[in-house]
Design a protein around this ligand. Structure first.
Ligand SMILES: *Cc1c(COP(=O)(O)O)cnc(C)c1O
Length: 226
C-alpha cells in the first residue's frame, strides 16, 4: 500500500502548525471519504488514518458494515435528514452538520432512547450562500443556546463549508469569522467550545492558521472524484 498521499498531507498539517505556533496534537485529520470504496478506506486505515467522515447515510451504512472489524472513528459530515438519524446515531462519534431545530430534536430523541450523549457541531453558513446548509452567522449563538438545553446533545464546536475561492488566502476571512463566532459565544456564555471543523483539500493550511481543530480532506488523500 502506498501511503504517500497521507504522509504528504500530515506533513503539510505539521508545517501549518509550526507556522502558526500550534501543537500538532490540536489538529485532527478527517478523511472525507464520500464515493471512496470501503477497500480503499481499509488501505488508508492500514497507513494509520483512523477518522473518516461520510456524507450520505446509505453509503455510510454500507462502508460501516464492511469495515466493522476496524477501530475507525466515524463522523457524519453531510446534510442530514431527520428521518435518517436513527440509522447513524449508534455508529457516529460526531455529527458536523447540525443546522436546524427539528434535526436537533430528532437527535435528542434518538440519543435519549439509546442512553447516549451525541456530540455535535453546529454548521454555520459563513458565506450566507443560498445553496448551502448551516445556520446564518447571527443565528448561531441563539441556536447554540437552545441546543445546549437538550440533555442528550453535546455541542462541542462549529463547522463551516465556506464559498470556493481560487486563492485559498481569500477563504481566510470566512475561517476567521467562524473562529470569532466561537470566541464570542465562549465569552458571552462561558462555555468552551473545543472544535472548529474547517478546511478541505484546497485550503486546510489556511484553516489551521485560523484555528481549525478538524480538517476534512478528501481529494488530496483519495484522488479526484469522477
Ligand atoms: C467532500 C467534502 C470535503 C472534502 O472535500 P475535498 O475538497 O475533496 O477535500 C469536506 N467536507 C465536506 C462536508 C465534504 O462534503
Amino acid at each position: 500500500m502506498d501511503c504517500s498521499s497521507l504522509e504528504a498531507v500530515l506533513e503539510r498539517i505539521e508545517r501549518a502548525c509550526e507556522r502558526s505556533r500550534r501543537d500538532i496534537s490540536e489538529v485532527k485529520l478527517l478523511g472525507a471519504s464520500k464515493t471512496v470504496p470501503a477497500e480503499r478506506l481499509r488501505d488508508f486505515y492500514e497507513c494509520g488514518l483512523r477518522v473518516f467522515g461520510e456524507n450520505r447515510v446509505q453509503e455510510f451504512l454500507s462502508k460501516y458494515e464492511s469495515l466493522k472489524s476496524l477501530d475507525i472513528e466515524w463522523h457524519f459530515i453531510g446534510r442530514l435528514q431527520s428521518n435518517k438519524v436513527k440509522y447513524i446515531i449508534d455508529k457516529v462519534v460526531l455529527i458536523h452538520s447540525l443546522d436546524r431545530e427539528s434535526l436537533a430534536q430528532e437527535i435528542q430523541k434518538r440519543a435519549q432512547r439509546l442512553g447516549k450523549v451525541q456530540e455535535v457541531l453546529i454548521e454555520v453558513n459563513v458565506g450566507e450562500e443560498e445553496s448551502k446548509g448551516g445556520v446564518k452567522p447571527d443565528g448561531a449563538a441563539p441556536f447554540l443556546e437552545r441546543v445546549l438545553e437538550m440533555e442528550n446533545l453535546k455541542v462541542v464546536g462549529l463547522m463551516c463549508i465556506p464559498p470556493y475561492k481560487e486563492n485559498p488566502q481569500d477563504v481566510r476571512p470566512y475561517f476567521a469569522k467562524l473562529r470569532e463566532i466561537k470566541e464570542e459565544f465562549e465569552r458571552k456564555v462561558g462555555i468552551p467550545l473545543k472544535e472548529l471543523s474547517m478546511g478541505m483539500s484546497h485550503d486546510f493550511e489556511v484553516a489551521i492558521e485560523e484555528g481549525a481543530t478538524i480538517v476534512r480532506v478528501g481529494s488530496l488523500l483519495f484522488g479526484e472524484r469522477g
